[in-house]
Ligand binder design. Structure first.
Ligand code: ASP
Length: 302
C-alpha cells in the first residue's frame, strides 16, 4: 500500500515444530526482555496455575498481579484514547496514495470478519446449544440478547459481565453455582470472536505485504491466534494489541496494525458480542450436562 510495503522483504516464518518447541521458554526473563509473546503467555499461564494451586500461600503475589493488571488496563485505555489521531493520519496518507482502492480492501476485510463472526454465532454456538445444551437456539439468542446489546455498545466482556450473568441465570436457566464460575472465567479467557479477528487480520495483512502463507504458516496462525485471544484482556481494543503476537509469528511487519486500527472499533463491538455469547453457550451446555438447568425459564428441546 505505501512505499514501505512495496519494498518489503518478508521474513522467513519459522517451521511449525520450531514454533511449538519454542513456546516453552528456556529463560522466561529473556522472553520478557525480547518480547517473545508465546513464551510469555505460556509462562504466565504456568504462574497462574501455580498461584491458583497454592491458594493462601500466594495471596500476596496474587494481589500484586491483580494490581499490575489494573495498571496495564489503565495504560491500554490511555493508548486507545490517542489511537484515533494516529489512525486518522495513517488512513489519510494510505488513501491519499492509493485512492479508493484502499477503502475497498478495508471494506472486504471488515466483511470477512463480520461473516466469520456470524457463522461462529449462528452455526457453531446455535448448533452446540441445540445439540449439547438441548435448548432451542432461538430461545437462547432471544434470552441472551440484553447481554449481547451491552457487549456491543461497551466493547468489553468485563464491563458486560453483570448483565451476562443476569441474562444467563434469569433467561437461560443456568444456575448461579455454574454461572458464577463459567462466566467470569469465560469473560477473561474465552474469546473466539477475538481469535477470528486476529486470524483474518493476519491473512489480510499478509496479502497487503505480499507474504506467502503455506499450510505451516496457517497452522501457526491458528495456534498463535488461539493463544493470543486467551491472553487478551477483556477491555476495548485489547485484541488488536495482541494481534502483534500473531503477526510476529509469521513474519508480518507490525506497522500493518495501524492500517486496520481505524476500522477496529466497530469490529471490536461485534466480536465482543460473540465472545460473551460463547461463554453463555458453554454455560448452558455445562448446566445441561450437570443436569442443573432450570427449564422453567428456557425452552428445552425434546
Ligand atoms: N473487546 C474484547 C472483549 O472485551 C477484546 C478484544 O479487543 O478483542 O471481549
Amino acid at each position: 500500500m505505501t512505499q514501505d510495503m512495496e519494498g518489503y522483504e518478508p521474513n522467513e516464518a519459522p517451521p511449525i515444530m520450531e514454533t511449538l518447541v519454542n513456546i516453552i521458554p528456556n529463560n522466561p526473563v529473556e522472553s520478557l526482555a525480547t518480547g517473545e509473546m508465546l513464551q510469555i503467555i505460556v509462562f504466565a499461564l504456568l504462574i497462574g496455575f501455580g498461584i491458583a494451586m497454592l491458594g493462601e500461600k500466594t495471596k500476596g503475589l496474587l494481589s500484586l498481579v491483580e494490581q499490575a493488571n489494573e495498571v496495564m488496563i489503565w495504560l491500554v485505555k490511555l493508548v486507545m484514547k490517542l489511537a484515533p489521531f494516529g489512525a486518522f493520519a495513517l488512513i489519510a496518507s494510505a488513501i491519499g496514495e492509493l485512492g479508493w482502492g484502499a477503502l475497498q480492501s478495508m471494506f472486504m476485510y471488515m466483511l470477512a470478519i463480520i461473516l466469520a463472526l456470524g457463522i461462529q454465532m449462528m452455526l457453531i454456538y446455535g448448533g452446540l446449544v441445540s445439540v449439547w445444551g438441548r435448548m432451542n437456539p432461538i430461545a437462547f439468542f432471544k434470552g441472551f440478547m440484553p447481554a449481547m446489546a451491552v457487549a456491543f455498545s461497551t466493547s468489553s466482556s468485563s464491563a458486560t459481565l453483570p448483565v451476562t450473568m443476569r441474562s444467563a441465570e434469569e433467561n437461560l436457566g443456568v444456575p448461579k453455582s455454574i454461572s458464577s464460575f463459567t462466566l467470569p472465567l469465560g469473560a477473561t479467557i474465552n474469546m473466539d470472536g477475538t481469535a477470528i479477528m486476529q486470524a483474518v487480520a493476519t491473512i489480510f495483512l499478509a496479502q497487503v505485504y505480499a507474504v506467502d502463507l503455506g499450510v505451516t504458516e496457517l497452522l501457526t496462525i491458528i495456534l498463535t491466534a488461539t493463544l493470543a485471544s486467551l491472553g487478551t484482556a477483556s477491555v476495548p481494543g485489547a485484541g488488536i494489541i495482541m494481534l502483534a503476537m500473531v503477526l510476529q509469528s509469521v513474519g508480518i511487519p507490525l506497522d500493518g496494525i495501524a492500517l486496520i486500527l481505524a476500522v477496529d472499533r466497530i469490529l471490536d463491538m461485534s466480536r465482543t458480542a460473540v465472545n460473551i455469547t460463547g461463554d453463555a453457550a458453554a454455560s448452558v451446555i455445562v448446566a445441561r450436562m450437570e443436569k442443573k438447568r432450570d427449564y422453567k425459564n428456557a425452552d428445552e428441546l425434546s
